[in-house]
Design a protein around this ligand. Structure first.
Ligand SMILES: Cc1ncc(COP(=O)(O)O)c(C=O)c1O
Length: 413
């Protein structure tokens, strides 16, 4: 069990008022708030240790390098991946582009197939469109069920001997759906395809074990798990990284450089061209330490409890349409919905006036919006510091939105 009252004291921003009301922050799928331990790690780095890493011979450079590489070790432990297989990027998006470009361009050819799902974030869709255009490979899609689940059988139907890579989200940022990843990995590997798992939403909210999943690549974003923006992580099998050409060229990723050619550094540094977000990576290490202290199983339990409560309360709001699975075992705490007759942006604006921060829009998943038959949804997404009282505030604010736009209130579905 999480001690949410104590946890909230670690997050200075949660004491804020917005439009005169106590802030209820329910936009965690977009980015999470930061505990003071993470904020202090940034301040300490810049006020005590700031230096460029790896190259320097002086004390500050050594301290910064040790802290940066320490964060890599912690990330590897957190994900149960090998340290040599952990590459820091700018975000999950860059991690997916890295793999799609560096592996895809060298290994895909016309006639090959890239298998994705209908509910991918644009970040796990557009990079594959680019690599398909460059290589002549074809994009294929596994369909989801009407309640937003990804069934193994539907993936099996579109997986063929031509499938060379399968890339899917472990948790949908719109529907909350958790996909049967380990089973899908086995299925894809049996066809000889590699698997990239987009863990941008799952890794912050549930225990995710790279080795147990068995996938080839797993990506995540620090800012969605208490860390700073500007840091992403790619975990991969080191031998796979070794077999790949670099994604970006420049300083740090080389072993030697001649005027017309170069040789590459060892992995993971081969994929970290230029000066990285050193302070950000170090602060990300603090975020991981914070999550480890809480225990990811407890974080997941809290999400399930809160999501169950939220789904119950929301389902009782007249004229609401809820998207995604109803069973909290099959989903995380991103809850998308619409109110009959109200535009999601109008709902979001009224909620903001009540101090309740949610997201309204297509959530960078336009094909999924089309599949759901809507242009946009309202999304409330929870994290470890959210409470039942905040869910109540959300529901009250939704009723305020309905009253504001003077909608007739019909009985609950
Ligand atoms: C499922 C999923 N994948 C990828 C991303 C991209 O993350 P970032 O914008 O941090 O690169 C997001 C962000 O919302 C996401 O929800």
């Amino acid at each position: 069990m999480l001690d949410v009252t104590r946890i909230r004291q670690d997050f200075p921003i949660l004491a804020r008022r917005v439009h005169g009301k106590p802030l209820v922050y329910l936009d965690n799928a977009a980015t999470t708030q930061k505990p003071r331990q993470v904020i202090e790690a940034l301040v300490t780095y810049y006020s005590q240790h700031n230096a460029n890493i790896h190259r320097g011979l002086h004390a500050l450079a050594e301290e910064a390098t040790a802290a940066y590489e320490g964060a890599r070790e912690r990330a590897a432990r957190f994900l149960n991946a090998q340290t040599r297989g952990v590459v820091f990027t700018r975000n999950a998006t860059e991690a997916i582009n890295l793999f799609a470009q560096a592996w895809g361009r060298a290994n895909l050819k016309p006639g090959d197939e890239i298998l994705l799902t209908e509910m991918e974030h644009h970040s796990n869709l557009v990079p594959w469109q680019l690599v398909a255009q460059a290589t002549g490979a074809q994009l294929r899609f596994a369909q989801i069920t009407d309640d937003g689940r990804l069934e193994v059988e539907r993936v099996r139907r579109v997986l063929t001997p031509k499938t060379k890579v399968v890339a899917f989200t472990l948790m949908s940022n719109v529907l909350g759906t958790i996909t049967p990843a380990a089973e899908l990995v086995r299925l894809a590997h049996a066809q000889g395809a590699l698997v990239l798992v987009d863990g941008a939403q799952a890794v912050p909210h549930m225990p995710v074990d790279f080795a147990a999943l068995g996938c080839d690549v797993l990506v995540a974003s620090a800012h969605k798990m208490l860390g700073p923006t500007g840091v992403g992580v790619l975990a991969a099998r080191p031998d796979l990284l070794e077999s790949m050409e670099p994604f970006l060229g420049g300083g740090e990723m080389i072993a030697d450089v001649q005027l017309t050619s170069a040789t590459w550094n060892e992995v993971p540094w081969k994929f970290e061209a230029g000066t990285p977000h050193i302070g950000g990576v170090i602060a990300f290490g603090e975020a991981l330490a914070y999550l480890e202290r809480l225990g990811m199983a407890n974080v997941r339990q809290h999400a399930m409890d809160l999501t169950r409560y939220a789904l119950e309360r929301l389902a009782a709001v007249p004229g609401i349409m809820l998207y995604g699975p109803r069973d909290v075992v099959q989903r995380g705490g991103a809850v998308s919905f619409n109110l009959e007759g109200l535009h999601p942006h109008d709902v979001g604006t009224v909620l903001d006036g009540e101090g309740v921060a949610v997201r309204a829009g297509h959530h960078c998943a336009k094909p999924l919006m089309r599949r759901l038959g809507v242009a946009a949804t309202v999304r409330a997404s929870f994290y470890l510091y959210n409470t039942r009282e905040e869910v109540d505030r959300l529901v009250e604010a939704l009723r305020a939105a309905q009253a504001f736009f003077n909608r007739p209130v019909r009985s609950a579905a």
